[in-house]
Design a protein around this ligand. Structure first.
Ligand code: GYE
Length: 638
């Protein structure tokens, strides 16, 4: 049994002990109580503080749910390979063997070792919430693959399982065509969040295609042999199957083995993960075992990369990263990598940006951030203010295509109407990044990534704060000032707010008007409501601060007492909101971070270097009730 730490040596401080053991070239394996795999990393990137005498700059603890599932074994490997590129970085692992209580102990053990940062892949999000949130008070915590309740962590990185399920469903629709067919679904661990989300997305994508029938669905715990045994039994009971959709490649391989053993030909097998190597999804597609796989990285490499940024106190660390997934079939194997590096340009990268306009203080800060970050990154920014007209944004994108820019980014004024112009960008092989706002399209391949806020959560936060302030059963009569009709943030903030107040029947929206995210329009529409005699309200919920401030002015002009008689909650967190809160006019603002420039330029640089971009990059945000305004205002950056 190889030991974890060298027990014969003088009992040095835990961290130095772990680091010294990590110098051992051999990878030490399982110990008695808390299996720690001590891995030595070598060459350079994590800049870190001064070099310690034993060469250790940073010690990262990785708490794994288990080290048996193929996905997690690959995740481990990804963490190792990325860590090995970081100078002075030491990484210690624990394996909870799927026990939540053991993982809680492992986390405590790693903290005792003196790790500088934790990477945790929870066995069970709920069970680990308290331990993770407590650890977050001591060190940065990156969650991998599964999240916990609330926001008590630094960064979440994981697959967008719902999106993966939808992508698989869209492919099955294509594969079976109008004739349809009989599908067997093999889920991972029945009832686990990834299994539920993948299955939900898959079923939703098949809606409206009654001739595609899921004739059986069972869990196989992500394991090949379990899938093989269960599918063999299925074939014995009823062999009429056209397609098997397994929630990972290894279970798809197991089912394929069962079909081969039963002499069944003609069934098509679809998997998920798309790992390289023997029996990885890519290899199985090459061999014709799988018809397709959906390749999604484990996030292990990204976790180590971001761990170094966090430890180096880099700015612009997002809150959530949802990894992308790519369909890989025999026909698409050639460019199995998402795209080759665009190197050797011999010139500055050219980025075309189509901005909505300059409708609010948030937008002004957003524009400043983008321009400053482009300058710092030495990127040639072609920036067009589209004056709040979608037609202008479409024209701007076409002009960027004509200029052959390297990357196009824009903040879609509204969610729909982009497919045609984005197909033109794709035809021109120019990648598109959605910044700040997203689009609604059936073609998920029209853009590389979305970076911005979780607008639905912002709406929930506004409502949760309101209920916490007024009480569960308060008679809240709410005037809603909506953002631009059809815009992603307006739709999301309305949805999130209504989701929470739906549980509180005494909270009612008595008027809802479109203020177009603008101070002047917010003031106008509020004036119209007041001049039409509206007085029976005691709350204003505004989708952004500018409209709230416009409404406050309208009320003051009519002798009303905003912030006293009427509780006003809005979203953005711009400086003027803090000033209004300090003056007692605004009650609360939910932050929506406009400083997206650094995130955008990192995404452009990553794309240009051939890195696969995440599907969604969600910003970190807070909530600021009026009582925090005086203390926080001096440090606000926008
Ligand atoms: O809330 C508002 C701006 O898209 C999140 O647009 C952004 C919104 C923001 O006009 O102030």
């Amino acid at each position: 049994m190889r030991t974890l730490l060298d027990p014969t040596r003088r009992r040095a401080a835990p961290r130095a002990r772990a680091a010294r053991a990590a110098r051992s070239p051999a990878v030490s394996l399982l110990g008695l109580l808390a299996p720690l795999l001590l891995i030595l990393a070598l060459a350079s990137s994590c800049s870190g503080p001064k070099e310690e005498p034993d060469g250790v700059k940073w010690l990262i603890g990785v708490s794994h749910a288990n080290l048996t599932e193929p996905w997690r074994i690959t995740m481990n490997r990804d963490i190792l390979s990325e860590a090995a590129t970081k100078k002075g970085l030491r990484v210690v692992f624990t394996d909870a063997a799927d026990s939540a209580s053991k993982q809680i102990d492992d986390i405590a053990h790693l903290l005792k070792l003196g790790v500088n940062l934790l990477i945790v892949s929870p066995v069970d999000g709920d069970a680990l919430t308290q331990a993770v949130t407590a650890a977050y008070q001591k060190v940065p915590v990156i969650l991998l693959d599964r999240t916990v309740e609330g926001y008590g962590y630094t960064l979440y990185i994981g697959p967008d399982n719902y999106f993966i399920g939808r992508s698989v469903g869209a492919y099955v629709r294509e594969l079976l065509g109008p004739r349809g067919g009989r599908v067997v679904e093999i889920q991972g661990r029945a009832g686990s969040p990834p299994a539920i989300e993948r299955s939900t997305g898959f079923r939703e994508a098949l809606a409206g295609r009654p001739l595609i029938r899921i004739v059986d669905s069972f869990g196989a715990d992500w394991l090949r042999d379990t899938a093989q045994d269960k599918f063999a039994s299925r074939l014995k009971r009823d062999g009429r199957v056209d397609v098997v959709v397994a929630q990972n490649d290894t279970m798809a391989l197991g089912a394929w083995k069962a079909a081969r053993a039963a002499g069944r030909a003609g069934i098509r097998f679809i998997g998920i993960d798309g790992f390289s190597g023997e029996n990885g999804g890519i290899n199985l597609v090459e061999r014709g075992v799988l018809t397709a796989t959906f390749a999604s990285s484990t996030g292990g490499k990204q976790a180590v990369d971001y761990a170094c940024d966090i430890l180096d106190k880099a700015s612009g660390i997002p809150k959530k990263i949802f990894l992308s997934c790519r369909r890989v079939t025999a026909g698409s194997l050639v460019n199995a990598a998402s795209h080759p590096p665009i190197a050797g340009l011999g010139r500055r990268v050219v980025l075309g940006y189509a901005q909505t306009g300059d409708e609010s203080a948030w937008r002004t800060a957003n524009t400043v951030s983008i321009k400053a970050a482009a300058k710092r990154a030495d990127i040639d920014l072609r920036f067009i203010d589209c004056q709040l007209k979608q037609a202008n944004q479409i024209a701007a994108i076409r002009s960027f295509i004509a200029q052959r820019v390297d990357v196009i980014a824009f903040s879609p004024l509204v969610e729909t109407g982009w497919d045609e112009v984005l197909r033109e960008a794709r035809a021109a092989r120019i990648p598109v990044i959605l910044s700040d706002r997203s689009i609604r399209s059936s073609d998920e391949s029209l853009y590389e990534t979305f970076l911005g806020a979780d607008f639905i959560e912002e709406g929930r936060r506004a409502a949760r704060w309101l209920v916490s302030r007024l009480g569960d059963h308060a008679a809240a009569r709410i005037v809603e000032l909506r953002g631009t009709e059809g815009a992603d943030p307006a739709i999301g903030r309305k949805q999130g707010f209504e989701e929470i107040i739906a549980d509180h029947p005494s909270y009612r929206i008595v008027a809802s008007v479109d203020g177009d995210f603008q101070f002047s329009v917010g003031k106008r529409v509020m004036s119209e409501l007041l001049d039409r005699g509206l007085r029976d309200f005691n709350v204003i919920y505004a989708h952004n601060d500018d409209m709230a401030l416009g409404a406050i002015e309208a009320m003051k002009e009519r002798g009303m007492n905003p912030g006293k008689d009427v509780t006003i909650v809005s979203i953005d967190g711009v400086r003027a909101a803090f000033q209004a809160m300090r003056a007692g006019k605004l009650s609360c603002t939910v932050e929506c971070n406009p400083l997206l420039g650094p995130l955008l330029m990192k995404a452009v640089a990553d794309y240009m270097s051939g890195k696969e971009l995440p599907r969604r990059i969600i910003t970190a945000e807070g909530i600021f009730p009026a009582e925090t305004a005086a203390a926080v205002l001096p440090e606000r950056k926008y």
